[in-house]
Design a protein around this ligand. Sequence first.
Ligand code: CAO
Length: 441
Amino acid sequence: MVEEVKLPEISENVESGQVISVMTKVGDFVEKEQSLVELETDKAAFEVPSPLQGLITEITVKEGDTVNVGQTIAKIDTDVKKGEVPSPPKKDEESQTRLAPGPVPGVEEKEPAPAAKQTPPAPEPSKPAEPTPAAPSAGPVNAAPAIRQLARELGIDIHNVPPGASDGHISADDVKNYARSLITGAPAASAAPSQEVRPLPDFSVFGEVERKPITLTRKSIAAQLGYSWPLVPQVTQHDRADITDLEEFRAEYGPKVEKAGGKLTVTSILIKVIADALKQFPHFNASYDPATQELILKKYYHVAVAVDTERGLLVPVIRDVDKKDILELSVEVSKLAEKTRDKKVTPDDMQGGNFTISNLGGIGGVGFTPIVYWPQLAILGVSRAYKQPFYKDNMCYPRLLLPLSLSYDHRVIDGAQAARFTRYVAEALEKPFLLAMQERK
Ligand code: CAO
C-alpha cells in the first residue's frame, strides 16, 4: 500500500519550513526514522524522519520549496520489504512500473542530495588523500544548524564527519578536527577528542521533575552560543563611561526623536558610536578565517542588537549604521525591537552583523561577560548606569557611569587593542557635543 508522508507538527507557532535538501530519492528503500528532507524554519534547521519503512515512490517537494505542516512530502510503498527493492526501470518500461514513472511533477531529476551519497568525493590529485572517515553514514546526522552551517562553509559533507560523542552528536570540534585531518592527512580520530556527553542523573530520585522540550528558537540559540564558546578564546575588557552629559543630550533631543516615532536611548546612541569605533579600529569590523589564516575586513558597518523576547534572545541587525544619523537609528532600533518582539523579524533581518551590542542596563546588573557572536570578533555588553561621587577641588559631584564589557576574540585581537577600543567608545559617549554636532550637520 502506498502511504503519504505528511510534514508533522514542527513546533508551537511554526506552520511551515523551507526545504534545504532532499535526502532520499524515488526508488530508495527507507527505514523508519531515516531522514527524508532537511527543513529550515526562521530559526532552526532539522531533518524530517520517515514515520514508515518502505520504498519511496514519489517525492513531492524539492529544494527551496516552502512546505506547510500537514502537506505531503513523499509517498512510500509499505508493502515492499527490505531486499525486495525493484531495480530501476528501463525507459520503455517506465509506464508499466509501479514506481512513480519519470520525473515527479515539480521535482527536477538531479544528483542525489549530499546525504544520499555513499562515498566521499574523490580527492584532487594535488591535495592529500581524504582519510577514510570513521563509518560515514548516509542516514540521519545529529548536528545542530550552526554546526551544519560550519561544515557547509568549510566545504565539508557533514555526513562524512565522525561524531566525537558516543550518542552520535557532531560538535564544532568534530567538524574542525575533520577539516584539519583533510588538510594534514592525519586521521580525524587523532585530533583532540570532543568532550564526552555524559548521561544526566535521574533527578526524580530527589524530587518531582518535569521534562519539557525546548523551542526551536532556544535550540538555535543553544547551537549558536554552544558553537561560539569553545571555538573562540575570548576575554572581556571592562570599562565605564561617564554619561552625565550624555543624559542632558538625551533629555534635549529625546522629544525630537519621539516625534519621529523613536526613542533616544543609550542603545541607539551606542550603535552610532560603535560604527565610528569600527571605522577607527577596522580589525573589530572583521571575521577570522582559520582555514586561510586571513582576516576578512568588512567595508560596511552593520551592527547587531541583542533583543530580549518571549522566545529568548534574538539578534536583529541594523544595516549601514555609518550612513544614518542618531535620529534615524533611534527610530529604526525602536521599530526593529518591536518587530522582533512581535515575532515579525525575518531570518534576513538577523543576517550580516559585524559587531553586536547587548544592553542589559534596562534590566539591571553591574557587569557581565557576553559571548562573542561568531563569526563576529567582538561584542559590547552594557550594564545599568549608576551614580558615583566624583571629587574635584574638595567638592563632591554625582556622576552617572555606564559599565561597558567588551568580549573579543583573543586569537586576532590583543588586550591592548581591546582596551583602546573600549576607551574610544567610552570617550565618545563622554563627549555628547560631538554627537550633537553630528546631528546638526
Ligand atoms: N542603564 C540605565 N538605564 C538604561 C540602560 C542602561 N544601560 N539601558 C536602557 N536603560 C533604560 C532606558 O533609558 C529606558 O528607561 P526609560 O523608559 O525611563 O527611558 C529603559 O531602560 C528601557 O530601555 P529600552 O529597553 O526601551 O531601550 P534600549 O534602547 O535601551 O534597549 C533593547 C533596547 C532592544 C536593547 C532592549 O530592550 C533589550 O532587549 N535589552 C536586552 C538585551 C539582552 O537580552 N541582552 C542579553 C544578551 S546575552 O549576551
